[in-house]
Design a protein around this ligand. Sequence first.
Ligand SMILES: *Cc1c(COP(=O)(O)O)cnc(C)c1O
Length: 369
Amino acid sequence: MTGLRLEIDLDAVAHNARTLVDRLAAVGVSVTGVTKASLGAAPLARALLAAGVRTLGESRIENVESLRRAGITAPITLIRSPLITEAQRVVEHTRTSLVTELAVLRALSVAAGELGRDHGVVLMVELGDLREGILPADLGTVVDETLRLPGLVLRGIGTNLACQSGAAPDTANMTQLSDLADTIEAATGATLEVVSGGNSANLDWALGNPDVGRVNDLRLGESILLGCETLERRPLDGLRTDAFTLVAEVIEAKLKPSTPWGELHQTAFGTAAAVPVRDADDAARVILAVGRQDVDPGGLHAPSGMEVLGASSDHLVLRADGPVPHVGAEVRLTVCGYEALLRAMTSPFVTRCFTGPGAHSTPERAPAT
Ligand SMILES: *Cc1c(COP(=O)(O)O)cnc(C)c1O
């Protein structure tokens, strides 16, 4: 196998998923395995399911449809609000969606009627991060409307923190979520089967806390894929941080001065030029045929003896202090950042190669959706 590619070690992903599923099971929390960074890759979804996740979480209906076409029959939760214009597809292919708007609930109810099936709803509550969510004061009205609308099943409530503003899950907001679940049940007589407390940013709270209250589900993506929590991006104990490797070919390798010359203005991406100050000697510079179209250079670990200096659209520039790879050789970089992973997974120029249990024998190019 040659060419720009992302090697995906499903053993490592499965290990991470299984470890988190087990640790959270001990505190009564199940895992929704989030596949959205993978453009709905079926081998990855299978690895998560085999590792014991309760359901899959996807943010885009196109990815859900890819998973269904690939034969994945497990329940899928749509974790971004359905688009009104996609309500039918959502009801057809997912079991549950996370919803915050009455207009969306009504569209799902109509679609459920047309398709003759029920659709599950988890109402998302705003608890301070200021991305999606119903304000707690308005939740009662939306609950009543959900219960009234035919074809909808109120499965539970949830919240999402630490995405837009970095607001962390803590005892106060998690207790509030539990209390809201109790209040809804007392007021309506409904049973909330799911209280979905958040994402990978909730792990420290969930595993460091003797009492998770009513929270019985977390939606985990990044922690499973990259092995880190997401408040400080610390590697999690016992998890693998090496599941994803970007392999790219050297197109130039030369000894050059360490410092650029001429009058320096903005770079290709509008930032000030990074001028190394540490030495005036020549250094080996290596260019790989990969760029910002395919990856975020800040989310890559170069092999030892090399350092990522920067990237433009199609060139990734490294400094080599040890042996210098020759033109045509391949360099392997560990993907450690979520944005780097997201871009590598979704770039049409990067071939995805799955290794380990359940891997496709043939490499999979990111499907054009
Ligand atoms: C992306 C997302 C998740 C998963 O977040 P990670 O940080 O990758 O664990 C969970 N819930 C929602 C609503 C999301 O959008």
